[in-house]
Design a protein around this ligand. Sequence first.
Ligand SMILES: NC(=O)c1ccc[n+]([C@@H]2O[C@H](COP(=O)([O-])OP(=O)(O)OC[C@H]3O[C@@H](n4cnc5c(N)ncnc54)[C@H](OP(=O)(O)O)[C@@H]3O)[C@@H](O)[C@H]2O)c1
Length: 257
Amino acid sequence: MSLNIPLRDWRDRRVWIVGASTGIGAALAEALIDRGARVALSARKRDPLDAIAARSGRSVVVPLDVTDAAAVTAAHDALVDRWGAIDDVLFVAGSYRAMRAWELDASAVDSLFDVNVQGAVRVVAAVLPDFLRRGTGRIAIVASVAGYRGLPKALAYGPTKAALINFAEGLHFDLAPKGIAVHIVNPGFVRTPLTDGNDFRMPALIEPAEAAALTLRGMERGDFEIHYPKRFTRWMKWLRVLPYRWFFPLAHRMTGL
Ligand SMILES: NC(=O)c1ccc[n+]([C@@H]2O[C@H](COP(=O)([O-])OP(=O)(O)OC[C@H]3O[C@@H](n4cnc5c(N)ncnc54)[C@H](OP(=O)(O)O)[C@@H]3O)[C@@H](O)[C@H]2O)c1
């Protein structure tokens, strides 16, 4: 049984994608345009958003920085003015910085939380009053399997993704009974600007178009958690339930770190 209301048809749905300029968000935007949705594209860089919007006369470009609460509210209000309402919001924006304990940099961690966690909170806070008033809406938040457990190099990024998973679980408790769907999306490795700088082998690496297709399929099915590719994420889920005395040595061995 689905934990969310399944979604049968994207045609004419009004979808706001935050973090749509590159990578998974851009691929989601293109896939949704192909499926007939009306998409609103947000991120900081305007040019790539304009290029995606050029694929469909019904797309809207709303550049913003998710660390700016007023800009998030203004973008939401402008979209509601234009469309009447938003049906679905996809929070994809995210920032990554590899960090080990001896490199701990509190202000860099602050910045990651500001984008990855507080950014999501700001966007959800902007859409929720209207979703609640209408008793409908769909929220998808992209976290990561890096949020399942502490991992080497993910000292700053991992906790932001763990927070998002927890946030989405809490949202689902409250919102599913009110007719609002909540999805948490936990990808493994996807080839994007965010992972281009990684200096280690990325097992089961997939392309953004595949990530987008799997995300949309999970939303259509009404899954709460959407994780992929399964050949990688099943291992990560198994690691998640191991007792610490097995988890730490195994993670050391698997990562070589
Ligand atoms: N790639 C992977 O292997 C992987 C795995 C698991 C999870 N994820 C998650 O997937 C999401 C998308 O990442 P990606 O891999 O597709 O990387 P990406 O290509 O770097 O995309 C990140 C997106 O976030 C936007 N963004 C960053 N900071 C922002 C800000 N302050 N305000 C508004 N937008 C901002 C970027 O646009 P601008 O720079 O134009 O603002 C861009 O559109 C992230 O949440 C990431 O953590 C990725």
